[in-house]
Design a protein around this ligand. Structure first.
Ligand code: TLP
Length: 347
């Protein structure tokens, strides 16, 4: 059977008709000369929405994260990260390759370190130890299953880290999922952090692009680094136009994705050999541990694909399902049915 139902990621979303129309009609100019009016509007809108002085459009979330890591650190420093952080696991060792920093990993239950855990990982201030330079947080936390960092925990980390002379960067690729689930404006979820990256191209559905926010001075330096990386784009207003539609129209749709994820989680948690607490699923990501089934995640995904459902093997025994607006509630039922057949009917 041909795979038709794609739950591998919310990156697979395609631009909506409104986005395509905005792209076709976008006013453009050369953004390297800062002359693209649509990019400028997207950056101003974003900065205002997030409560920062300035924002910058970048091609990908990875580039945005790595620009921020580089700007906040010196080579030879350490960066504190949760062990499952995207910046550490999925960005091709760029903290080491690009910034010359060493990730110091923290084991957490749900992807979100407490200040106590971070404080214990800060290196003593002595010349013969590498110095800690930066804390990186992730909200929602992708590989912990879309978990949300409590606002009070986040604020405490920002305050204490600053008091300890550390910068804090937030990988907020899916910060709108957290905001919708909590019923809070994104500005409240990022208040106090030094920089934030979020993606237009995941649940918000834009075809390409992420944003970084920071102080005016930080964003000026970020613009230069983006150019060094080959990310100085020209008439990129055609993409920014889709981003503006994404910001205006997509957050309101995310609650449905969350309901669909909860539905998938509740159903597959009942299947034999699956380890998953449905109560932990609060946004659009479901990660099922299939070690009890006697199959690897890759085998489960291959068998699901045979039944027309694509899911992701994100570790040896973890299968990830990500809901998004291109997959409706009926399709989620089909996905659950396919999982049941893979694990029970074995046909
Ligand atoms: N995540 C992708 C894969 O890379 C795993 C996905 O399918 O979820 N931060 C977080 C938390 C992310 O989940 C991602 C992408 C990024 C950064 C990077 O964004 P891009 O793909 O635009 O570089």
């Amino acid at each position: 059977m041909t795979a038709t139902l794609d739950l591998r990621s919310d990156t697979v979303t395609r631009p909506t008709p409104a986005m395509r129309q905005a792209m076709a009609e976008a006013l453009v100019g050369d953004d390297v000369y800062l002359e693209d009016p649509t990019v400028n509007r997207l950056q101003e809108t974003t900065a205002e929405l997030f409560g920062f002085e300035a924002a910058l459009f970048v091609p990908t979330g990875s580039m945005g994260n790595q620009i921020c890591v580089k700007l906040h650190t010196q080579p030879g420093q350490e960066v504190l990260l949760d062990v499952r952080a995207h910046i550490y696991n999925w960005e091709l060792a760029m903290p080491a390759a690009f910034s010359g920093v060493l990730p110091r990993l923290i084991q957490t239950a749900n992807g979100h370190p407490t200040w106590e855990q971070l404080a214990a990982a800060i290196q003593p201030k002595t010349y013969y130890r590498a110095q800690t330079g930066l804390v990186c947080l992730e909200n929602t936390h992708n590989m912990a299953g879309g978990t949300i960092m409590p606002v009070a925990q986040f604020r405490e980390i920002c305050e204490q880290a600053h008091a300890a002379g550390l910068k804090v960067h937030l990988d907020g690729a899916r910060i709108f999922n957290a905001a919708i689930a909590l019923g809070l404006p994104v500005a409240e979820l990022v208040q106090g952090v030094d920089s934030v990256m979020f993606c237009l191209s995941k649940g918000l559905g834009a075809p390409i692009g992420s944003m970084i926010c920071g102080s005016r001075e930080f964003i000026e330096r970020a613009r230069a680094l983006r150019k060094m990386l080959g990310g100085g784009m020209r008439q990129v207003g055609v993409l920014a136009a889709a981003g503006l539609v994404a910001l205006a129209e997509s957050p309101a749709k995310l609650a449905v994705d969350h309901e669909n994820a909860r539905f998938i989680a509740c159903e597959i948690a009942e299947l034999p050999g699956v380890l998953l607490d449905p109560a932990s699923v609060v946004t659009n990501i479901v990660i099922a541990d299939v070690s009890g089934t006697g199959m690897t995640a890759t085998t489960v995904c291959e068998r699901l694909a045979y039944r027309g459902v694509l899911a992701g093997a994100v570790s040896t025994y973890e299968v990830r399902f990500v809901t998004h607006y291109d997959v409706d509630t009926v399709s989620c039922r089909t996905a659950v049915q396919a999982m049941r057949r893979v694990l029970i009917d074995l046909d």
